[in-house]
Design a protein around this ligand. Structure first.
Ligand code: C5P
Length: 396
Protein backbone atom coordinates (compact mmCIF):
# COMPACT_ATOMS: atom_id res chain seq x y z
CA UNK A 1 0.00 0.00 0.00
CA UNK A 2 3.04 2.29 0.33
CA UNK A 3 2.52 5.47 -1.72
CA UNK A 4 -0.57 4.07 -3.41
CA UNK A 5 -2.78 7.00 -4.36
CA UNK A 6 -6.32 6.28 -3.26
CA UNK A 7 -9.26 8.57 -3.94
CA UNK A 8 -11.80 7.78 -1.23
CA UNK A 9 -15.29 8.82 -2.31
CA UNK A 10 -17.72 9.18 0.57
CA UNK A 11 -21.46 9.16 -0.22
CA UNK A 12 -24.37 10.00 2.08
CA UNK A 13 -25.07 7.08 4.40
CA UNK A 14 -24.64 6.59 8.12
CA UNK A 15 -21.69 4.27 7.44
CA UNK A 16 -19.78 7.44 6.42
CA UNK A 17 -18.59 7.55 10.03
CA UNK A 18 -16.66 4.30 9.39
CA UNK A 19 -14.88 5.98 6.49
CA UNK A 20 -13.07 8.25 8.92
CA UNK A 21 -11.47 5.14 10.40
CA UNK A 22 -10.92 3.79 6.88
CA UNK A 23 -9.02 6.97 6.00
CA UNK A 24 -6.87 6.61 9.11
CA UNK A 25 -6.05 2.96 8.34
CA UNK A 26 -5.20 3.71 4.71
CA UNK A 27 -2.88 6.54 5.72
CA UNK A 28 -1.34 4.29 8.38
CA UNK A 29 -0.71 1.62 5.70
CA UNK A 30 1.29 4.18 3.70
CA UNK A 31 -1.34 5.21 1.13
CA UNK A 32 -1.83 8.81 -0.02
CA UNK A 33 -5.51 9.48 0.43
CA UNK A 34 -7.57 12.15 -1.30
CA UNK A 35 -11.13 12.31 0.02
CA UNK A 36 -14.05 13.48 -2.16
CA UNK A 37 -17.57 13.74 -0.73
CA UNK A 38 -21.09 14.10 -2.05
CA UNK A 39 -23.11 16.94 -0.51
CA UNK A 40 -25.30 14.53 1.42
CA UNK A 41 -22.22 12.83 2.89
CA UNK A 42 -21.22 16.14 4.47
CA UNK A 43 -24.41 15.96 6.55
CA UNK A 44 -23.13 12.80 8.21
CA UNK A 45 -19.47 13.68 8.78
CA UNK A 46 -17.82 17.09 8.52
CA UNK A 47 -15.24 17.41 5.70
CA UNK A 48 -12.83 18.77 8.30
CA UNK A 49 -12.69 15.30 9.90
CA UNK A 50 -11.43 13.78 6.63
CA UNK A 51 -9.12 16.70 5.99
CA UNK A 52 -7.49 16.22 9.38
CA UNK A 53 -7.09 12.46 8.88
CA UNK A 54 -5.86 12.55 5.26
CA UNK A 55 -3.87 15.78 5.45
CA UNK A 56 -5.59 16.95 2.23
CA UNK A 57 -8.46 19.38 1.61
CA UNK A 58 -11.63 17.46 0.78
CA UNK A 59 -13.11 17.83 -2.71
CA UNK A 60 -16.84 18.46 -2.81
CA UNK A 61 -17.27 20.72 -5.81
CA UNK A 62 -15.99 20.26 -9.34
CA UNK A 63 -14.71 23.82 -9.45
CA UNK A 64 -11.75 23.66 -7.13
CA UNK A 65 -10.57 27.22 -6.46
CA UNK A 66 -7.45 25.93 -4.72
CA UNK A 67 -6.34 24.26 -7.95
CA UNK A 68 -7.59 27.07 -10.19
CA UNK A 69 -9.70 24.83 -12.47
CA UNK A 70 -13.11 23.20 -12.72
CA UNK A 71 -11.92 19.78 -13.70
CA UNK A 72 -11.76 17.84 -10.45
CA UNK A 73 -13.92 15.09 -11.97
CA UNK A 74 -11.26 14.47 -14.64
CA UNK A 75 -8.21 14.61 -12.38
CA UNK A 76 -9.67 12.61 -9.51
CA UNK A 77 -9.92 9.29 -11.34
CA UNK A 78 -6.79 9.81 -13.44
CA UNK A 79 -4.11 10.75 -10.94
CA UNK A 80 -4.68 7.79 -8.64
CA UNK A 81 -4.20 4.04 -8.34
CA UNK A 82 -7.75 3.37 -7.19
CA UNK A 83 -11.10 5.06 -6.79
CA UNK A 84 -12.76 3.61 -3.70
CA UNK A 85 -16.35 4.58 -2.90
CA UNK A 86 -17.11 3.80 0.74
CA UNK A 87 -19.85 3.89 1.71
CA UNK A 88 -21.61 3.50 -1.63
CA UNK A 89 -25.33 4.18 -1.16
CA UNK A 90 -28.10 2.49 -3.17
CA UNK A 91 -28.69 5.84 -4.87
CA UNK A 92 -25.05 6.26 -5.84
CA UNK A 93 -24.88 2.70 -7.23
CA UNK A 94 -28.08 3.33 -9.23
CA UNK A 95 -26.63 6.53 -10.69
CA UNK A 96 -23.44 4.73 -11.59
CA UNK A 97 -25.38 1.87 -13.22
CA UNK A 98 -27.05 4.43 -15.48
CA UNK A 99 -23.89 6.38 -16.25
CA UNK A 100 -25.14 9.56 -14.58
CA UNK A 101 -22.54 12.22 -13.87
CA UNK A 102 -24.39 14.86 -11.89
CA UNK A 103 -21.77 15.49 -9.21
CA UNK A 104 -18.01 15.41 -8.97
CA UNK A 105 -17.83 11.86 -7.62
CA UNK A 106 -20.15 10.17 -10.14
CA UNK A 107 -18.47 12.11 -12.97
CA UNK A 108 -15.05 11.00 -11.70
CA UNK A 109 -16.24 7.37 -11.83
CA UNK A 110 -17.14 7.81 -15.50
CA UNK A 111 -13.96 9.70 -16.42
CA UNK A 112 -11.58 7.41 -14.51
CA UNK A 113 -8.87 5.23 -15.96
CA UNK A 114 -8.13 3.41 -12.72
CA UNK A 115 -9.82 0.48 -10.92
CA UNK A 116 -13.10 1.35 -9.19
CA UNK A 117 -14.05 -0.35 -5.94
CA UNK A 118 -17.30 0.15 -4.05
CA UNK A 119 -18.27 -0.81 -0.52
CA UNK A 120 -22.09 -0.70 -0.48
CA UNK A 121 -23.92 0.25 2.71
CA UNK A 122 -27.69 0.33 3.06
CA UNK A 123 -30.74 -1.13 4.74
CA UNK A 124 -31.15 -4.89 4.13
CA UNK A 125 -34.36 -4.47 2.13
CA UNK A 126 -32.77 -1.84 -0.07
CA UNK A 127 -29.81 -4.17 -0.65
CA UNK A 128 -32.01 -7.13 -1.58
CA UNK A 129 -34.34 -5.07 -3.77
CA UNK A 130 -34.22 -6.35 -7.37
CA UNK A 131 -33.41 -2.85 -8.62
CA UNK A 132 -30.31 -2.64 -6.40
CA UNK A 133 -29.21 -6.15 -7.30
CA UNK A 134 -29.68 -5.30 -10.99
CA UNK A 135 -27.62 -2.15 -10.59
CA UNK A 136 -24.87 -3.97 -8.69
CA UNK A 137 -24.67 -6.55 -11.46
CA UNK A 138 -24.58 -3.81 -14.07
CA UNK A 139 -21.70 -1.90 -12.47
CA UNK A 140 -19.78 -5.15 -12.02
CA UNK A 141 -20.23 -5.90 -15.70
CA UNK A 142 -19.00 -2.38 -16.41
CA UNK A 143 -15.78 -3.21 -14.58
CA UNK A 144 -16.33 -2.12 -10.97
CA UNK A 145 -15.37 -4.35 -8.04
CA UNK A 146 -18.04 -4.58 -5.38
CA UNK A 147 -17.07 -5.42 -1.80
CA UNK A 148 -19.92 -7.64 -0.61
CA UNK A 149 -21.58 -6.01 2.45
CA UNK A 150 -21.69 -7.71 5.85
CA UNK A 151 -24.74 -9.07 7.64
CA UNK A 152 -25.73 -8.00 11.12
CA UNK A 153 -27.40 -5.26 13.16
CA UNK A 154 -28.14 -2.17 11.10
CA UNK A 155 -28.29 1.50 12.11
CA UNK A 156 -32.05 1.51 11.33
CA UNK A 157 -32.59 -1.18 13.97
CA UNK A 158 -33.12 -4.02 11.49
CA UNK A 159 -30.95 -7.09 11.10
CA UNK A 160 -29.57 -8.39 7.79
CA UNK A 161 -27.21 -7.91 4.85
CA UNK A 162 -26.20 -4.40 3.84
CA UNK A 163 -23.73 -3.22 6.49
CA UNK A 164 -20.58 -1.71 5.02
CA UNK A 165 -17.62 -4.04 5.51
CA UNK A 166 -15.42 -3.07 8.45
CA UNK A 167 -12.55 -0.70 7.53
CA UNK A 168 -9.92 -3.34 8.45
CA UNK A 169 -11.49 -5.84 6.01
CA UNK A 170 -11.61 -3.22 3.24
CA UNK A 171 -7.94 -2.34 3.77
CA UNK A 172 -7.06 -6.07 3.69
CA UNK A 173 -8.89 -6.39 0.36
CA UNK A 174 -6.99 -3.42 -1.08
CA UNK A 175 -3.68 -4.77 0.18
CA UNK A 176 -4.42 -8.05 -1.55
CA UNK A 177 -5.42 -6.22 -4.74
CA UNK A 178 -2.15 -4.28 -4.85
CA UNK A 179 0.04 -7.28 -4.08
CA UNK A 180 1.61 -8.92 -7.17
CA UNK A 181 -0.72 -11.48 -8.78
CA UNK A 182 0.00 -14.93 -10.14
CA UNK A 183 -1.00 -13.97 -13.69
CA UNK A 184 -0.24 -10.24 -13.60
CA UNK A 185 -0.38 -8.81 -17.13
CA UNK A 186 -0.64 -12.24 -18.77
CA UNK A 187 -3.04 -12.51 -21.72
CA UNK A 188 -5.48 -15.34 -21.27
CA UNK A 189 -7.82 -16.49 -24.04
CA UNK A 190 -10.80 -18.58 -22.91
CA UNK A 191 -13.61 -20.33 -24.79
CA UNK A 192 -16.85 -21.10 -22.96
CA UNK A 193 -20.36 -22.43 -23.42
CA UNK A 194 -21.77 -24.66 -26.14
CA UNK A 195 -21.68 -24.10 -29.87
CA UNK A 196 -24.78 -24.11 -31.98
CA UNK A 197 -24.79 -25.72 -35.40
CA UNK A 198 -27.67 -24.66 -37.62
CA UNK A 199 -29.77 -27.17 -39.54
CA UNK A 200 -32.01 -24.60 -41.10
CA UNK A 201 -32.96 -20.98 -40.20
CA UNK A 202 -34.89 -22.07 -37.07
CA UNK A 203 -33.36 -25.36 -35.95
CA UNK A 204 -29.95 -26.23 -34.60
CA UNK A 205 -27.87 -28.93 -32.92
CA UNK A 206 -26.33 -27.89 -29.62
CA UNK A 207 -25.53 -29.34 -26.19
CA UNK A 208 -26.38 -28.71 -22.54
CA UNK A 209 -23.29 -26.70 -21.58
CA UNK A 210 -24.39 -23.66 -19.55
CA UNK A 211 -21.16 -21.67 -19.81
CA UNK A 212 -20.98 -21.42 -15.99
CA UNK A 213 -17.61 -23.17 -15.71
CA UNK A 214 -16.01 -21.16 -18.52
CA UNK A 215 -17.34 -17.88 -17.13
CA UNK A 216 -16.07 -18.80 -13.65
CA UNK A 217 -12.62 -19.56 -15.12
CA UNK A 218 -12.66 -16.16 -16.85
CA UNK A 219 -13.50 -14.43 -13.56
CA UNK A 220 -10.80 -16.36 -11.67
CA UNK A 221 -8.18 -15.51 -14.32
CA UNK A 222 -9.10 -11.83 -14.13
CA UNK A 223 -8.88 -11.92 -10.34
CA UNK A 224 -5.39 -13.40 -10.77
CA UNK A 225 -4.37 -10.29 -12.70
CA UNK A 226 -4.76 -11.63 -16.25
CA UNK A 227 -6.04 -9.68 -19.23
CA UNK A 228 -8.89 -11.95 -20.26
CA UNK A 229 -10.48 -12.42 -23.68
CA UNK A 230 -13.57 -14.58 -23.41
CA UNK A 231 -15.10 -16.15 -26.51
CA UNK A 232 -18.53 -17.50 -25.72
CA UNK A 233 -21.12 -19.66 -27.41
CA UNK A 234 -24.81 -18.90 -26.73
CA UNK A 235 -25.39 -18.91 -22.93
CA UNK A 236 -27.80 -17.34 -20.45
CA UNK A 237 -25.36 -16.61 -17.61
CA UNK A 238 -24.34 -13.03 -16.70
CA UNK A 239 -21.00 -11.83 -18.01
CA UNK A 240 -18.12 -12.10 -15.53
CA UNK A 241 -17.32 -8.77 -13.81
CA UNK A 242 -15.38 -6.46 -16.11
CA UNK A 243 -15.36 -8.85 -19.06
CA UNK A 244 -17.41 -8.39 -22.22
CA UNK A 245 -17.58 -11.77 -23.96
CA UNK A 246 -17.13 -12.06 -27.71
CA UNK A 247 -20.32 -13.84 -28.78
CA UNK A 248 -20.17 -16.61 -31.34
CA UNK A 249 -22.55 -19.34 -32.49
CA UNK A 250 -20.97 -22.21 -34.37
CA UNK A 251 -17.67 -24.06 -33.93
CA UNK A 252 -16.47 -22.36 -37.10
CA UNK A 253 -17.29 -18.90 -35.70
CA UNK A 254 -15.48 -19.88 -32.48
CA UNK A 255 -12.43 -21.05 -34.39
CA UNK A 256 -12.34 -17.79 -36.36
CA UNK A 257 -12.58 -15.74 -33.16
CA UNK A 258 -9.80 -17.84 -31.59
CA UNK A 259 -7.64 -17.35 -34.69
CA UNK A 260 -8.16 -13.59 -34.41
CA UNK A 261 -6.97 -13.47 -30.79
CA UNK A 262 -4.56 -16.36 -30.25
CA UNK A 263 -1.41 -14.64 -31.52
CA UNK A 264 -1.16 -12.47 -28.40
CA UNK A 265 -2.29 -15.11 -25.89
CA UNK A 266 0.10 -16.45 -23.26
CA UNK A 267 -2.46 -18.99 -22.08
CA UNK A 268 -5.41 -20.65 -23.83
CA UNK A 269 -8.10 -22.31 -21.71
CA UNK A 270 -10.58 -24.29 -23.78
CA UNK A 271 -13.62 -24.77 -21.59
CA UNK A 272 -16.18 -24.64 -24.42
CA UNK A 273 -18.21 -27.73 -25.21
CA UNK A 274 -17.60 -27.43 -28.92
CA UNK A 275 -19.99 -29.51 -31.02
CA UNK A 276 -18.03 -32.38 -32.56
CA UNK A 277 -20.24 -32.45 -35.66
CA UNK A 278 -22.31 -30.04 -37.72
CA UNK A 279 -24.92 -30.70 -40.40
CA UNK A 280 -23.24 -31.25 -43.74
CA UNK A 281 -25.60 -28.65 -45.16
CA UNK A 282 -27.40 -25.84 -43.43
CA UNK A 283 -30.65 -25.29 -45.33
CA UNK A 284 -31.62 -21.72 -46.19
CA UNK A 285 -35.34 -22.65 -45.99
CA UNK A 286 -37.12 -24.31 -43.12
CA UNK A 287 -37.13 -28.10 -43.50
CA UNK A 288 -40.66 -29.35 -44.12
CA UNK A 289 -42.22 -31.84 -41.75
CA UNK A 290 -43.15 -35.20 -43.21
CA UNK A 291 -44.22 -38.58 -41.91
CA UNK A 292 -40.99 -40.14 -43.17
CA UNK A 293 -37.92 -40.69 -41.00
CA UNK A 294 -35.34 -37.98 -41.53
CA UNK A 295 -31.61 -38.59 -41.84
CA UNK A 296 -29.19 -35.74 -41.46
CA UNK A 297 -25.59 -36.04 -42.63
CA UNK A 298 -23.15 -34.72 -40.08
CA UNK A 299 -19.54 -33.79 -40.75
CA UNK A 300 -16.81 -33.33 -38.12
CA UNK A 301 -16.05 -29.86 -36.81
CA UNK A 302 -12.49 -28.59 -36.54
CA UNK A 303 -10.87 -29.27 -33.14
CA UNK A 304 -10.11 -25.74 -31.95
CA UNK A 305 -7.94 -26.77 -29.01
CA UNK A 306 -5.87 -29.13 -31.10
CA UNK A 307 -5.44 -26.41 -33.73
CA UNK A 308 -4.10 -24.02 -31.06
CA UNK A 309 -1.94 -26.61 -29.30
CA UNK A 310 -0.20 -27.69 -32.51
CA UNK A 311 0.72 -24.18 -33.66
CA UNK A 312 4.40 -23.47 -34.09
CA UNK A 313 4.56 -21.41 -30.92
CA UNK A 314 1.44 -22.37 -28.97
CA UNK A 315 0.32 -20.59 -25.84
CA UNK A 316 0.17 -22.67 -22.64
CA UNK A 317 -2.90 -24.79 -23.42
CA UNK A 318 -5.44 -26.08 -20.91
CA UNK A 319 -8.18 -28.45 -22.03
CA UNK A 320 -11.38 -29.66 -20.44
CA UNK A 321 -12.91 -33.09 -20.87
CA UNK A 322 -16.37 -34.25 -19.87
CA UNK A 323 -16.42 -38.02 -19.51
CA UNK A 324 -18.99 -40.50 -18.28
CA UNK A 325 -16.61 -43.32 -17.27
CA UNK A 326 -12.94 -44.08 -16.56
CA UNK A 327 -12.34 -40.33 -16.17
CA UNK A 328 -8.60 -40.42 -15.53
CA UNK A 329 -7.80 -42.94 -18.26
CA UNK A 330 -9.85 -41.15 -20.93
CA UNK A 331 -8.74 -37.71 -19.76
CA UNK A 332 -5.05 -38.61 -19.83
CA UNK A 333 -5.39 -40.14 -23.32
CA UNK A 334 -7.00 -36.90 -24.49
CA UNK A 335 -4.28 -34.79 -22.87
CA UNK A 336 -1.58 -36.78 -24.68
CA UNK A 337 -3.41 -36.77 -27.99
CA UNK A 338 -3.94 -33.00 -27.89
CA UNK A 339 -0.41 -32.20 -26.59
CA UNK A 340 -1.65 -30.38 -23.49
CA UNK A 341 0.41 -29.55 -20.39
CA UNK A 342 -2.82 -29.52 -18.35
CA UNK A 343 -6.30 -30.97 -18.70
CA UNK A 344 -9.26 -30.77 -16.31
CA UNK A 345 -11.58 -33.73 -16.47
CA UNK A 346 -15.05 -33.84 -14.97
CA UNK A 347 -18.04 -36.12 -14.92
CA UNK A 348 -20.28 -35.12 -17.83
CA UNK A 349 -23.51 -35.91 -16.01
CA UNK A 350 -22.80 -33.94 -12.84
CA UNK A 351 -20.98 -31.00 -14.47
CA UNK A 352 -23.34 -29.90 -17.23
CA UNK A 353 -25.51 -26.99 -16.20
CA UNK A 354 -25.09 -27.37 -12.43
CA UNK A 355 -23.62 -24.77 -10.04
CA UNK A 356 -21.20 -27.25 -8.45
CA UNK A 357 -18.60 -29.45 -10.00
CA UNK A 358 -15.71 -31.78 -9.20
CA UNK A 359 -12.51 -31.66 -11.24
CA UNK A 360 -9.50 -33.89 -11.69
CA UNK A 361 -6.45 -32.04 -12.99
CA UNK A 362 -4.04 -34.07 -15.11
CA UNK A 363 -0.54 -32.84 -15.88
CA UNK A 364 2.99 -34.23 -16.33
CA UNK A 365 3.28 -34.62 -12.55
CA UNK A 366 0.19 -36.80 -12.28
CA UNK A 367 -3.35 -36.60 -10.95
CA UNK A 368 -4.68 -33.74 -8.77
CA UNK A 369 -8.30 -34.15 -7.65
CA UNK A 370 -10.25 -31.00 -6.71
CA UNK A 371 -13.15 -32.03 -4.48
CA UNK A 372 -16.74 -30.93 -5.04
CA UNK A 373 -17.27 -27.18 -4.72
CA UNK A 374 -19.03 -24.34 -6.50
CA UNK A 375 -17.65 -23.61 -9.95
CA UNK A 376 -15.99 -20.30 -9.00
CA UNK A 377 -14.07 -21.96 -6.15
CA UNK A 378 -12.91 -24.72 -8.51
CA UNK A 379 -12.02 -22.16 -11.19
CA UNK A 380 -9.81 -20.29 -8.69
CA UNK A 381 -8.06 -23.56 -7.75
CA UNK A 382 -7.56 -24.43 -11.41
CA UNK A 383 -6.15 -20.97 -12.17
CA UNK A 384 -3.78 -21.21 -9.18
CA UNK A 385 -2.58 -24.61 -10.43
CA UNK A 386 -2.09 -23.53 -14.03
CA UNK A 387 -0.36 -20.32 -12.94
CA UNK A 388 2.18 -22.39 -10.97
CA UNK A 389 2.83 -24.62 -13.98
CA UNK A 390 2.97 -21.67 -16.38
CA UNK A 391 5.28 -19.61 -14.17
CA UNK A 392 7.65 -22.49 -13.43
CA UNK A 393 7.85 -23.25 -17.17
CA UNK A 394 8.44 -19.58 -18.03
CA UNK A 395 10.70 -18.74 -15.11
CA UNK A 396 8.05 -16.49 -13.51
O1 C5P B 1 -12.12 -34.48 -27.56
P1 C5P B 1 -13.00 -33.70 -26.66
O2 C5P B 1 -14.09 -32.96 -27.39
O3 C5P B 1 -13.57 -34.44 -25.49
O4 C5P B 1 -12.01 -32.61 -26.00
C1 C5P B 1 -12.46 -31.65 -25.12
C2 C5P B 1 -11.57 -30.45 -25.18
O5 C5P B 1 -11.33 -30.06 -26.52
C3 C5P B 1 -12.20 -29.24 -24.52
O6 C5P B 1 -11.18 -28.46 -23.96
C4 C5P B 1 -12.88 -28.54 -25.69
O7 C5P B 1 -13.03 -27.16 -25.44
C5 C5P B 1 -11.92 -28.82 -26.82
N1 C5P B 1 -12.55 -28.95 -28.14
C6 C5P B 1 -12.30 -28.02 -29.13
N2 C5P B 1 -12.84 -28.16 -30.38
C7 C5P B 1 -13.62 -29.22 -30.66
C8 C5P B 1 -13.90 -30.18 -29.67
C9 C5P B 1 -13.35 -30.02 -28.42
O8 C5P B 1 -11.60 -27.04 -28.87
N3 C5P B 1 -14.15 -29.33 -31.86
Amino acid sequence: MLNKRIVLGVTGGIAAYKSAELTRLLVKAGARVQVAMTHSATQFVAPLTFQALSGQPVIIEDADPAKGHGMAHIHLGRDCDMLLIAPATANFIARLAHGLADDVLSAACLARDCPLWLAPAMNRQMWHHPATQRNVLQIQQDGAWVIEPDSGAQACGEEGAGRMREPEAIVDGLRDFFSPKRLSGKRVLITAGPTLEKLDPVRAITNLSSGKMGYAVAQAAREAGALVTLISGPVCVPSPPGIIPIQVESAHDMLNAVKAHVAHADIFISVAAVADYRPAQSQTHKLKKSTQALSIDLVPNPDILEWVATREKPPFCVGFAAETDRLIEHGEAKRQRKHLPLLAVNHAMSALGSDDNELILLDDEGVHPLPKADKLTLARQLVAHLANLFNSKNGG
